[in-house]
Design a protein around this ligand. Structure first.
Ligand SMILES: NC(=O)c1ccc[n+]([C@@H]2O[C@H](COP(=O)([O-])OP(=O)(O)OC[C@H]3O[C@@H](n4cnc5c(N)ncnc54)[C@H](O)[C@@H]3O)[C@@H](O)[C@H]2O)c1
Length: 352
């Protein structure tokens, strides 16, 4: 089925879909936005424009909508779209809570329309490199994975700085970072969740979090995000008993590190500090570590829309399943609980 897309909310992400979805064979049929200026930006491109979601949903040519309005409006728009018998793609975070997501899923099921979420960071090359190392056991038994995102800009914008609109970094990037980990190791169960959420520069919403997920495969996942740390750390670090992998940034600079043969023949060095000696924490001698290229991965974001078209034709299973989206929201709810109590939360996996 050709996706004839109606874009609800023509701000940053609405425009992004208008520009990028056509290369996946999607026709942009209509857009709506309450802001006249935003609508004007769509005129001239041949796309029909509407002032309200209701008007767009009445456009019989639109068969699928994407919800690119601020987070707090996703549920409302999804329920309206389901009622109008349109397939629904929600931007992330799909909903503000598990309860909201359940209502949205129920409404779409009842209406017989397809429902999925734009978890586009599953196509990020940096994450897929770590996933490949995990899948192919390139590091032996992995004991820790660190997924870190730091900015020195101290910057959050517009509705993102207000709670009532669904602002905050956990809803913004947290949802991606958790989804990436659960996508990377779908078989692993989460044993416990510990989190610390802070407001560093923004009064109303979170702009820093540290999350520890203890998985039943022996890996402890450390997710950290800050909008204000002035020296960046690698985007990814994964360490196993046979090597370490570093991916520095979205550009995928980095290396796979292995113990060099030379190290076995070198006597341990002692580093003297002012207060005493250390042998374990002396620098590795030259030649002791081999630096290899990162594994190669291919990724094509267009597969997100190609998959939806195939699902609508009954030819494929959805790549982004609501059960997965729900699990991420359950983890987020455990994260809030842990941060509030200061304690680790035992995570109960649900089979749905
Ligand atoms: N997947 C990603 O990589 C990614 C990236 C950025 C944003 N997002 C998500 O996309 C969504 C939109 O974020 P954004 O950054 O584009 O926000 P934005 O503020 O740039 O755009 C939102 C638009 O919605 C319009 N709007 C508000 N209320 C409306 C209503 N009732 N009816 C119609 N239009 C309405 C606003 O006028 C605005 O133009 C959010 O859920 C956000 O989390 C996803």
């Amino acid at each position: 089925m050709k996706i004839k897309l109606g874009i609800i909310g023509f701000g940053g992400m609405g425009k992004w879909h208008a520009e990028n979805a056509p290369r996946a064979g999607v026709e942009i049929t209509a857009v709506c936005d309450v802001d006249e200026q935003k609508r004007r930006e769509a005129i001239g491109s041949g796309i029909r424009t509407y002032q309200s979601a209701e008007e767009l949903l009445a456009d019989y040519e639109v068969n699928t909508v994407i919800l690119t309005v601020p987070n707090f409006l996703h549920k409302e728009m999804c329920l309206k779209a389901a009622k109008a018998k349109k397939n629904v793609i929600a931007e992330k975070p799909a909903a503000m809570s598990v309860k909201e997501l359940d209502e949205m899923e129920e409404a779409c099921k009842k209406a017989g329309v397809f429902f999925t979420v734009h978890q586009n960071r599953r196509w990020d090359k940096d994450m897929l490199i770590v996933k490949k190392a995990f899948d192919e056991q390139l590091l032996g038994n992995i004991f820790t994975i660190e997924s870190k995102l730091h900015s020195g800009n101290g910057y959050m914008h517009e509705w993102h700085i207000y709670k009532k609109f669904g602002g905050g970094m956990l809803y913004d990037w947290g949802v991606h970072l958790i989804d990436q980990i659960l996508f990377m190791m779908p078989e692993a169960k989460i044993k416990s969740v510990y989190a610390d959420i802070k407001n560093i520069l923004h009064e109303e919403v979170d702009d820093y979090f540290k999350i520890l997920l203890k998985m039943d495969n022996g890996i402890t996942v450390h997710i950290e995000l800050s909008t204000y740390i002035l020296e960046y750390q690698p985007r990814w670090l994964a360490a196993g008993d046979k090597g370490t992998l570093i991916v520095k940034d979205f550009g995928c600079e980095g290396s796979l590190l292995k113990t060099g043969k030379l190290l076995k023949r070198l006597p341990p060095r002692i580093t003297e500090t002012k207060a005493g000696p250390t042998r374990q924490f002396a620098p590795v001698p030259p030649g002791g570590i081999e630096r290899k290229m990162l594994p190669k991965v291919e990724t094509n974001w267009s597969d997100f829309y190609h998959n939806i078209a195939e699902v609508l034709d009954g030819k494929a299973e959805p790549l982004i399943k609501i059960t997965e989206v729900r699990r991420v929201l359950l983890v987020m709810e455990a994260i809030w609980k842990s941060s509030e109590s200061g304690e680790a939360i035992k995570f109960e996996e649900m089979n749905r």
